[in-house]
Design a protein around this ligand. Sequence first.
Ligand code: SF4
Length: 475
Amino acid sequence: MSDLFDDHFHDECGVVGVYGHPEASTITHLCLHALQHRGQESAGIVSFDGRNTVAHRAMGLVGDIFKGPVLDELKGHTAIGHVRYSTTGSSMLKNAQPFAIDYSRGALAVAHNGNLVNAGTLRYELENVGSIFQSTMDTEVIAHLIAKGEGNAEERVINALARVKGAYSLVFLTEDRIIAARDPRGWRPLILGKLDGAHVIASETCALDLIEGEYVRDIQPGEILVIDKHGLRSIFPFPKAAGAMCVFEYIYFARPDSRIFGEDCYPVRLAFGARLAQEHPVDADVVIAVPDSGSPATVGYAREAGIPMDIGLVRSHYMGRTFIEPAQTIRHFGVKLKLNPNTPVIAGKRVVLVDDSIVRGTTMRKIVTMIRKAGAKEIHVRISSPPVMWPCYYGIDTPTREELVASHQSVAETAKFIGADSLGYLSMEGLRTCLPRAADEFCYACFNGDYPDPPEEKTPVRQLHLFNATEDKGA
Ligand code: SF4
């Protein structure tokens, strides 16, 4: 939830593609609804009606944007869609996706989850030879490279992607096909499904669950999948690279009911919680979650520790976009707009409070204060990931390094800062042990600073600034 009082990393985007369904845009809309957690700032759909592409993009939530008449306009058997967690400011709508162009070979639209680490360098080169950019998105660089390329659509896509570095799970729409692509390191998830003979591409399997589609398989790292009237064609044009799947998809980003990187997400979160209980046991009366993100790890912790789990914080689900740029009076109420302590569960108890991560620590500090005021005797905070110490350059909205509390404070100092009686993080080794696939296939850069594809020095790498603009710094 991309709101003011949510101190988490945020996934920037979710993508969808539908080929061969008479109601392609309606199916895309439903899939985007299921992927709303991957981006709540803007959403868009582009369909191809047999003659032209039709696009609708707007700021806001999927359910508010795509109402009856809008969807009726998005005709055709092919559509792609996108949800985005965007930056603030006037450039927002300009940066909403899918990005669509008409060029010498016809129509092209693209939806992107990820972030390129050499986009600045490529853009500089392209602008030097006359390209005029409409947005500040790295995705537009890919569109320009395709337009300037040679050959058929898939050759142009391959040649364009051969030049980019970093994270991409992409869905392209052309006049006669959909092309899905995942970067060779496999940073972001991308799956293939089926519905009534139509092919569906989506960021997560929860999109298929909603439309009652069938999961076929993951798009593989480095795979380019072409879907057209002849069926499916899979190409692996790039050299194999060491894996760098985002471990944070399992920790927080993905919906717990999704299958991520070929494995169910929920049992992984339970395992993180159980391991956390082994690594940081404590005598306590009750285990409570920071809802909803901390809930699965809390179940794992409580089961392993043999301490009852209860609902100690009640979350309001109705805090909408009204509060994204709040007045000072609203800031004053802080995290209470979103969470309220459930006093009968907390008063007089020794409480274990579980969440998935701490980014700045300011929100956790407020939650601890709130629970203390509700009468807790002791508060032991347990975090189901290692300390976050480095920013992400692969499609995640993160604050600068200086703002990450763990980058400049020890665990004991952070415990003091948030006001907890104790604080325990899952260890790196514990994290790696709980993963359902070989641990060296994952990216851990935000924990250890070991960037698989470092941002190019000369590239003016964009650090997203949503939190700078909106976070409540009054803690
Ligand atoms: S740096 Fe962290 S958030 Fe970014 S891709 Fe790697 S594991 Fe995921």
